[in-house]
Write a protein that binds this ligand. Structure first.
Ligand SMILES: [Zn+2]
Length: 299
């Protein structure tokens, strides 16, 4: 006979959903990850009330770090309004009473994100948690985890470099659009999660602590503040980010706010034409406000 009380409201859960032992273990793993930048620390990833692959690794990091004064922002592909972001935010609100949430990057103290780092430069007072599907960049060249561990330990990334070189031979350039292998603090190469190339330079010498959580693969790793992060490249084929130039070589702008310095998403409108808009919805809103106030001043 089931004697447990029905868990229908937030008070039936521990603050932050996870039990205190789980939080302690995750915090210890975070400390180790910060102490050895780029090293994948194994941890006992908990079952969460959502499928693995929906950000359970990132969520466990967020729930272990969260305090009652936290201001949390959750984004998915740059947007606060997508289904995944809304569900995770609601879950955090339900299990962490007193915590406030925001869509504004500058107001947030803790940001959980899938596939993007915000356009706003993050500050030392902020932590960003990235959701990771595949933590090990070596998995494309070596199936055995044992062997990969040795390769990481010896900083032997020659096979990964050969893979990039093969790309250049075939396509004249490195074709990776996301998950670009990045060397941290001159040693470990990480998979920076499926962020576009555009976001990779933001990891280098970041003021904010960057944490990576892979729930299914049970790994946590980190890039601490002011740490060197270099995308793998060759001296004659340097790393480059997306350029967003049109056929005539002009930089495309956001169709909503007019910004010409942000990462753009491509849409097809009702007329079948391609339209570009800022991927970071908070950035786009802010730029739009600036444009409006300039118009008011000049009117
Ligand atoms: Zn915009």
């Amino acid at each position: 006979m089931n004697t447990l009380p029905p868990k229908t409201d937030a008070s039936a859960y521990n603050f932050g959903f996870l039990d205190e032992y789980a939080k302690k273990e995750i915090r210890r793993a975070i400390l180790k990850a910060v102490a050895i930048p780029g090293y994948q620390v194994p941890y006992a990833s908990r079952e969460m009330p959502m499928g693995r692959g929906f950000g359970t690794g990132g969520l466990q990091l967020t729930l272990s770090l969260i305090g009652p004064d936290e201001v949390v922002k959750v984004i998915d592909q740059g947007s606060d309004d997508s289904v995944n972001a809304v569900n995770l935010r609601q879950f955090i609100e339900m299990t962490c009473p007193g915590v406030s949430t925001t869509t504004r990057t500058v107001e947030a103290t803790l940001i959980q994100s899938r596939h993007r780092i915000p356009e706003h430069t993050l500050s030392a007072a902020q932590i960003i948690v990235l959701q990771v599907p595949y933590p090990d960049p070596l998995v494309v060249v070596e199936p055995s985890e044992d062997k990969r561990k040795t390769m990481h330990g010896e900083a032997d990334y020659s096979r990964l470099l050969v893979k990039l070189y093969e790309d250049i031979v075939k396509f004249d350039e490195i074709t990776l659009s996301h998950r670009y292998p990045t060397r941290i603090n001159d040693h470990y190469v990480i998979d920076p999660s499926p962020i576009p190339r555009w976001d990779v330079p933001k990891i280098n010498n970041s003021e904010a602590l960057i944490l990576f959580g892979a729930g299914r693969e049970k790994k946590i790793y980190a890039v601490p503040p002011h740490t060197k992060a270099e995308p793998l490249a060759f001296t004659d084929v340097p790393f480059r980010v997306e350029h967003f130039h049109d056929a005539t070589g002009n930089r495309r702008t956001c169709s909503r706010c007019g910004c010409d310095g942000s990462f753009l998403d491509e849409f097809t409108n009702d007329a079948g034409a391609k339209v570009y808009q800022c991927s970071d919805s908070d950035w786009c809103d802010e730029m739009l406000l600036q444009v409006k106030s300039w118009r008011e001043v000049s009117a």
